[in-house]
Write a protein that binds this ligand. Sequence first.
Ligand SMILES: [Zn+2]
Length: 71
Amino acid sequence: MTAHPLGVEVSCDGPDDQTDCPDSAAVRASFGSMTAPQVRADGRRDGWTSRRSLGRLRDVCPACRASAPSV
Ligand SMILES: [Zn+2]
């Protein structure tokens, strides 16, 4: 049996914990980006940010980053 990973989707966690991303945005991963770190690297190129909050990683799209309160 060979596993064929479909890659990971990094989707926006919204501007804050209570608010979902209005765009339901997800990183457009480059061809060949299969792991979460690779996909996050693709996202950073497009203006995404990842921040650690309460022990988990929150991914925030450029639109939400603009509307999020600066921490
Ligand atoms: Zn968003």
